[in-house]
Design a protein around this ligand. Structure first.
Ligand SMILES: [Zn+2]
Length: 204
């Protein structure tokens, strides 16, 4: 017979930043909690797949039933400006800062110096081509690299610049300015820091 405690502990241990001991602590917390709390958690996890989907345009995960997410559907946003972020949480940090009115694309990861990790290269190129296929006001003009100020962020930016090199005659590529100090992750940056980094963005 399956061991329910071990099974749930190993499921928790797969979550980012959770080790086996902490995973076990979660399990015993749930065992001591009322059955209704366990049921609510199980329901919330089960509903994630049904209520949330990946936007086909920016590739972020979002609630809703429209063809694209609310940011991609928002006609007041500027199609000429596209920001690239590593992950959904970074996009949320930029939204909290409240000054970016362009579009987004979620790379879905970073590349490490040791050659690990992956980003959505094919999808990014498709998105760039789509942006360039538009003409006039809505044509893509600037790509902003909003990556963390870490070695992985730098390495990922290098690869993205390489991917974008055939388009450089039509697209300006910029990166977040300082304000975001070395080693800092976008996700954990406060709104004022993100605003300053955006204001001070420079050709990259
Ligand atoms: Zn979207």
């Amino acid at each position: 017979m399956a061991n329910a405690i071990d099974d749930l502990a190993s499921a928790f241990a797969k979550l980012p930043g959770i080790g086996p001991r902490q995973a076990r602590r979660f399990v015993y917390h749930l065992l001591a909690a009322p059955a209704s709390e366990r049921a609510a958690l199980a329901k919330a996890v089960g509903e994630l797949g049904a209520a949330v989907r990946q936007c086909p345009e920016c590739l972020r995960f979002a609630n809703g039933s429209g063809p694209v997410c609310n940011y991609c559907a928002d006609r007041s946003r500027d199609d000429a400006e596209l920001m690239l972020v590593e992950k959904d949480q970074d996009l949320a940090a930029v939204e909290r800062a409240g000054t970016w009115r362009g579009r987004y694309f979620v790379l879905g990861g970073v590349l490490t110096l040791s050659g690990k990790g992956a980003i959505r290269e094919k999808e990014l190129l498709k998105r760039i081509e789509k942006g360039l296929a538009d003409s006039g006001q809505t044509a893509l003009k600037e790509v902003v690299l909003a990556l963390s100020a870490t070695s992985e962020g730098e390495h990922t930016a290098d690869r993205v610049r390489e991917l974008l090199s055939p388009y450089r005659d039509r697209i300006r590529v910029s990166a977040l300015g300082r304000g975001l100090s070395t080693g800092s992750e976008l996700e954990y940056s406060d709104a004022e820091t993100v605003r300053a980094a955006l204001r001070n963005r420079h050709e990259s």
